[in-house]
Design a protein around this ligand. Structure first.
Ligand code: ASP
Length: 344
């Protein structure tokens, strides 16, 4: 049997990995992709067909927008049959949002889409970028003996850990292990060998990719804190075009027992605003039935975000509203795992 050459499309959006330091100001600025490739001659040693696509201009991920996510979906959809897998080089700041959004927008995904980046630019001596990129490419090309992808999911690979993208948050602005998936174990660990934990990986039926491009931005986040004022909550809930709010609560989904808060949330729910309860804790899940301070939220129509990351909850709402689902359908689908983003 003829051995097929694995193929990977490397998409460079920007981020520290490709930045260089301005010698005059010391500020990191985006650089172009050719520079990046020059810095990693190791890529030529791969026995793979590696093609590249560059965002022009590359962007700091703080400038990521839903239109950029749609552009990524378009690039992947257009090239879907030509490559075994996709690696997206992305700034770390909003990587978890992009990974979450893509996991919903790429329905029926059967190929790997691996996001990675670095904390230090690629031309820095101690860069973490080379190892991240090289291993991400290997994972994107990895296949079972029958030719199906080992990891048919949107993932983040960072500092030796392959994590489900929509379970991941950026937790460190300094260390190389910048990402964590608190509520779901890593899908693989890279050491001398890349060890995949197959039973944790999604196993989709072979289906046609269904790309989605529309997202709604009529969403907001309210973070509770002791002393939060009615005027603040009301300012958000009274916005004319708001459709959904992620309410970041305490512990297992609790909120202060204030009459005005329950009244405002109840009125908003009745006006068809979807309010989703996500805990401020990094780990664990919302269980509103556990304390009176949670039960009251349930009684005014607040929906559980389960063990969702804030990034996954926000982008899932953007996705569901963008697809035109009714308020009731959005509420129902927040309880359904669409791409492994919650434990049900
Ligand atoms: N500001 C950069 C970005 O997110 C940081 C990084 O890439 O690590 O684009």
């Amino acid at each position: 049997m003829i051995k097929r050459t694995p193929s990977v499309l490397l998409i460079y959006t920007g981020g520290t990995i490709g930045m260089i330091e301005n010698p005059l100001t010391g500020v990191l600025d985006v650089f172009d992709f050719d520079h990046l490739l020059d810095e990693i001659p190791e890529l030529k040693r791969f026995d793979y067909r590696i093609a590249t696509y560059q965002f022009d201009p590359p962007i700091d991920s703080s400038d990521m927008e839903p239109t950029n996510w749609a552009k990524l979906v378009r690039i992947i959809n257009y090239n879907y049959r030509r490559y075994d897998g996709f690696v997206i080089l992305h700034g770390t700041d909003t990587m978890a949002y992009t990974a979450s959004a893509l996991s919903f927008m790429l329905e029926n995904l059967t190929k790997p889409v691996i996001l990675t980046g670095s904390q230090l630019p690629i031309d820095t001596l101690r860069t973490d970028g080379k190892e991240n990129l090289i291993t991400a490419i290997e994972i994107a090309a990895a296949q079972h003996a029958d030719g199906t992808a080992l990891v048919p999911e949107v993932c983040i690979f960072f500092e030796n850990h392959l994590m489900r993208g929509n379970r991941t948050s950026k937790i460190n602005a300094e260390h190389f292990n910048a990402f964590r998936s608190f509520n779901y174990p890593p899908l693989a660990r890279a050491g001398v060998h890349i060890r995949y934990d197959e039973h944790l990986i999604l196993h989709p039926d072979p289906m046609l990719l269904k790309p989605h491009y529309r997202l709604s931005t009529q969403v907001a986040v309210i973070t509770l804190f002791p002393g939060i004022q009615e005027s603040i909550v009301n300012a958000v809930l009274a916005l004319p075009d708001i459709r959904a709010v992620v309410l970041k609560t305490y512990g297992s989904g609790n909120a202060p027992r204030k009459e005005w808060l329950m009244r405002r949330l109840g009125e908003a729910s009745e006006r068809d605003i979807v309010i989703v309860n996500v805990t401020q804790c990094s780990s664990g899940q919302v269980q509103m039935e556990r304390y009176k301070t949670g039960v009251q939220l349930q009684s005014v129509g607040v929906v559980s975000g389960h063990d969702s990351t804030p990034e996954a909850a926000i982008t899932k709402l953007m996705f569901l509203l963008g697809q035109g689902y009714s308020t009731e359908e959005v509420r129902r689908l927040m309880h359904v795992s669409l791409a492994g983003e919650i434990t049900t």
